[in-house]
Write a protein that binds this ligand. Sequence first.
Ligand code: PNS
Length: 163
Amino acid sequence: MRRAIYPGSFDPVTNGHLDIIERGCKLFDEIIISILVNPDKQPFFSIEEREEMLNEILGDIHKGGCRLHVDSFRGLLVNYAVAKQANAIVRGIRAISDYEYELQMALMNRRLEPSIETVFMMPAETYSYVSSRLVKEVFHLGGVIEGLVPPLIEKRMKEKAKS
Ligand code: PNS
């Protein structure tokens, strides 16, 4: 039973994240999509909102015998991964610019916990420029985000902006 943690802020989840999850499902029996509780960041969506939206969206791509769970965590990722009895951490790499930071994190995590492997996966080229940060920026400035995030996320972003 191969279990992976796919950690991140997911504020909000993008089509790039979903692409990585689908690809990860080819390698792992179970993936836990784990949202970091980060008290230092002012998020657009609360942890509860992100968990709820991810659960709703992931129900639709639960295919091919791979189990998906949504969870949140605080503190060190590797401690959480060990507690969840995971074998690996999955991270998406879009471009070379992601690589330096991701390599640093992967090596630090390996030093902290040698039993957990980090697996880097590449999303489809279509999503190579898509990030939660840019999606939020484009959205707040009135740009079109259709096709970058699932329709549910676009809807919730519009509702949230109105409230
Ligand atoms: O989606 P993000 O914001 O790029 O995800 C970053 C994340 C959650 C993977 C990273 O910040 C993390 O693992 N934080 C947990 C704290 C931790 O373990 N820090 C040491 C990492 S070397």
